[in-house]
Design a protein around this ligand. Structure first.
Ligand code: FA5
Length: 341
């Protein structure tokens, strides 16, 4: 098939295919479709020349070539049309996409207060040491805050806790017996009353004292209480736990020590200090072996169970960790100070 018509068919086909491939919009492609395959299209008009060919074989061969060329261009158009449609859809989706990250560049977002951060970190560290978390009420009764902790009414240690009493009295409690808890130790009793030993629990929370604010005191502050009750628990377990905690919370360069002290609810009792890398010591809280009277108040037999407890100030720990001089600055509401942490 090497008549001039065949050459024209091949040329029209190749030109058509080239233009299909070069089209970058659906409109352009529709124009190519019309110009090659439309009524007066470059391939269609060639049909009119078939009649002028000499032999039947020539006509047949040219007709087949024309058909094949038309098919090739039609297929190329179909493939390219689909490609362009897909690209147009993608472009539209991109243009209509909602930018959900917009908020991030809008108003500045806040973050947890440094005492809340310390609270959460303490929980994480103790969970890592195998403890569970419990919480108790902020409004307590005299029984849980004092009596059950081996501080009966006349006990002189009560005066160490400058207590804020509520004026509630009624069917549930006598006048002067409902108070804002002065420490988290009452939660020890609540835990012992509800959970069967062995107990490995920490109890963070807010506490209240009639303390005048100064560089190391606030009237509203936070403590975290620890209670371990099991068989055969000794002072060595307490010292080991406090040291493991100190290193986990403050870092490996810190160490801890216990200094003899007195608390009515533990015997023996100790104050626990940590040593900074520069060698200086600071006091963080109290601890000791749970007093038998306290175990009994919690419903446990001191012959069977023993344990240790500790309680320290979260605000003081946050202050220490961040090297803040005055604890009052943490509650000053000065955003320039607070946002540093
Ligand atoms: C107690 O409150 C005992 N319940 C701790 C305890 C628990 C001892 C279990 C034994 C067994 P203390 O009054 O020392 O003890 O307070 C503990 C810690 O709370 C202090 O070391 C200090 O870190 C913090 N703290 C006490 N008063 C304030 C205050 N006004 N402002 C900020 N932190 C305080």
């Amino acid at each position: 098939m090497d008549s001039p018509l065949s050459a024209d068919v091949a040329a029209a086909r190749d030109a058509g295919l080239t233009r299909v491939a070069a089209s970058v919009t659906l409109d352009e492609l529709a124009a190519v479709d019309a110009e090659v395959l439309g009524k007066k299209g470059s391939l269609v008009v060639l049909k009119t020349r078939l009649g002028s060919l000499g032999t039947v074989d020539e006509k047949k061969a040219a007709g087949q070539a024309l058909h094949a060329a038309t098919q090739a261009v039609t297929e190329a158009l179909t493939v390219r049309r689909e490609e362009l449609r897909r690209a147009a859809r993608a472009a539209q989706l991109e243009a209509e996409r909602l930018d959900l990250t917009e908020e991030l560049v809008g108003p500045r977002r806040g973050h947890a207060h440094l005492v809340t951060q310390a609270w959460h970190r303490l929980e994480d560290v103790f969970i890592g040491l195998g403890f569970q978390i419990a919480e108790g009420p902020e409004v307590e009764t005299d029984f849980y805050n004092f009596e059950a902790l081996n501080m009966p009414r006349s006990h002189p240690a009560r005066s160490g806790f400058d207590t804020l009493f509520t004026d509630y009295h009624g069917p549930l409690a006598e006048e002067g017996t409902v108070l804002l808890r002065t420490h988290t130790s009452p939660v020890q009793i609540r835990v012992m009353q509800t959970i069967e030993p062995p107990i490995y629990m920490v109890m963070p929370g807010r506490v209240f004292r009639r303390d005048t604010p100064d560089a190391t005191h606030m009237p509203v502050f936070h403590q975290i209480e620890g209670l371990v009750i099991d068989r055969g628990i000794t002072m060595a377990h307490l010292a080991g736990t406090i040291d493991a905690f100190t290193k986990a919370f403050f870092g490996g360069a810190f160490t801890s020590r216990l200094r003899p002290n007195y608390f009515p609810f533990t015997e023996p009792s100790a104050e626990f200090d940590i040593q900074r890398p520069d060698g200086s010591w600071i006091e963080l809280g109290g601890c000791g072996m749970v007093h038998p009277n306290v175990l009994r108040a919690g419903g446990l037999d001191p012959e069977e169970w023993s344990g240790f407890a500790f309680g320290f100030g979260i605000d003081r720990m946050a202050r220490e960790r961040h090297g803040i001089d005055d604890i009052r600055d943490m509650y000053s509401n000065d955003i320039r100070f607070i946002e540093q942490f």
